[in-house]
Design a protein around this ligand. Sequence first.
Ligand code: ADP
Ligand code: MG
Length: 708
Amino acid sequence: MPRSTPKTNDRTRGLDGLFRPRSVAVVGASRRPGSIGRQVVSNLIRGGFQGPVYPVNPKAEVVLSVPAFATVAAIPGPVDLAVLVVPPDAVLQVAEQCGRKRVKGLVVITAGFREIGGVGERREQQLQRIAARHRMRVIGPNCMGIVNTEAAFSLDASFASTLPRPGAVAMVSQSGALGEAILADAAQAGLGVAMFASVGNRVDVTAADLLAYWADDDAVRVVLLYLETVGEPHEFVAVARRVARKKPIIAVKSGRSDAGAAAASSHTGSVAGADVAVDTLLAQCGVLRVDNFRDMFALARALLDQPLPRGGRMAVVTNAGGPGILATDALAASGLQVEPLAAATVRALRRALPVEASTRNPVDLIASADAARYRAALRCVARDPTVDALVVLFVSPVMIDAAAVAQAIVDETAGCGRPVLACVMGRQRGDEAQRILAGGGIPVFRYPEDAATTLRSMLRRRHWLARREKRVPAFTVDRAAAARVFDRHRRGGWLLGADVEAVLTAYGIPFPASARVRTPGEAVAAAHELGWPVVLKAEAKDLVHKSEHRAVRTGLRDGEAVFAAATDLVARLRPVFGDLRLHVQRHAGGHREVLLGMTRDPRYGPLFAAGLGGVQVEVLRDVAVRIGPLDGDDPAEMFAALKGVRLLGAFRGAPAADVGAACRALLRLQRLAGDFPAIAEVEVNPFILDRAGGDSVAVDGRLRLEAR
Ligand code: ADP
Ligand code: MG
């Protein structure tokens, strides 16, 4: 069960005691070179902590020239933060002593807790109780420590060897070991750090707490997360969604290849794998997920120094054809556009550039381009109103002054109001050019692909910020009718076709007229009553995927055809499935099939799916998944996100399909799932779409109930 969501002030309560302490005790401080207990004291001193540092060690009088105390209790002044580096079996006792000393926060570096199971798990629970009793906040256990570079504190309570320089990003790492590497790489990427926390086992302080804490901290302009798991998804979503409105959150979440074992027997289940769930969860709350730390740092730099693009129209300016094409390909692959520039821009470029240069997009200044030519070209392009962002490439040739070109790029794009990203390829004086560009706030990439990835994430943020939640329209539903059906299935399991149809119809999801009979003769009679053409299907308890058993016959136009088909179904399938029913259904008039579904994930709650449907769905796997609750705009966005979305538009003479009907049906499915928590999964496949205003109907559904 997810814990109830604490209010922001509960989450952030006491975190100042950790990150803004007046004094720090290091319990388990050590004289031994290479020990963590020594490294933490050393980092506090080397980092220039502004308050007193108290090493605690009963066997040493002095640690790193600082007088030590035998116990926390023996420290004369107040202690706000205690860093614990003692052996695991001493942690509880020390924590209790800290509580009595009125310590406000603990950073427990010691390992040997939940991660080792058994005794460690119990130890962790006890630590949690001690902390709660004394109202201490705890980071860890099993972590690398915390950092706050704010001048008034200059706190490095970690054992990382890199001392971060002050800056505007705040970082959380769920991995202690990687924390060290992240700090080092951030420094190398030129990113300064405001605060850092390695949260370890998260006995108390979670990534969500830190997000809430940093939301209101003006020194923090971008938040970076390294996540191994999303602890309490619902809490995380609630906090992240709010914080992402104020400042960008970028996450590397490991485990992408773990494509999810949730291979339930329904399609929704198998496509909504664990990673899909995390992906959509992060995207929905505005967290920018990236694949690796390189992309994370590049994106952080771009978001710190550059405005967001207003749209996806990119201008590429280059001095070499090949890289220009690479950039164009990479941008296009990221869903961005490289289209002809405005006519006025092209005319101006023609006047400014030699005839061999290309004034199309990419604008190719050719190899002889010097700073003056870059200036002239950028002056035109940076003013083009049809350009949402600029990618400037420079392959450094021997005869060109690279530094002057870099300066030209900085000068001519300054204040143009749209993002400018640069790619410097080739080593010839490239380093100096990179320095000048970076100094001018222009992110520099080695390869255009990386610039494209960054731009795509920037645009994604733009879109997320622009989105407003739209309310779900009110529906009338017959809840009692659905409840009556479910009452007959208290033991759970898959419902038969007729029952599924009854439930879905009660919730306003339309089905074609149909009849369920036993014999071929009855099937013919039913078909005559329903009207032609009809579809004949066999229904039986264990017959889940009917077409796999050739149990669906479509387009039957007369009694003879129905009789022959029914006779065949009965002869073939009754011996296999026993109790068999013949389902005679009006042939749906629509021309496009889509899938709608919901699976309840134990951690993420209801996941909704919308995709291209019909029997090809297993092969195409073109399905969009979102975590509930869906708002009024979500279904349409889900369909729009499909690779094959154009198949739903007007196509080869067929009119556009009524996607709106499918959207309404998905929202009704959400209502059904909300009204009956016992529904483990439900899927409509296919929902056959007619043209707008026509008869769009569901022709097949599955529903599985949890036992109650
Ligand atoms: P299953 O999914 O168990 O194989 P369906 O009932 O979904 O069986 O039928 C399989 C396919 O047959 C559908 O994807 C659709 O193309 C077609 N079909 C089924 N019922 C109808 C109908 N009433 N009208 C038109 N086509 C239908
Ligand atoms: Mg089906």
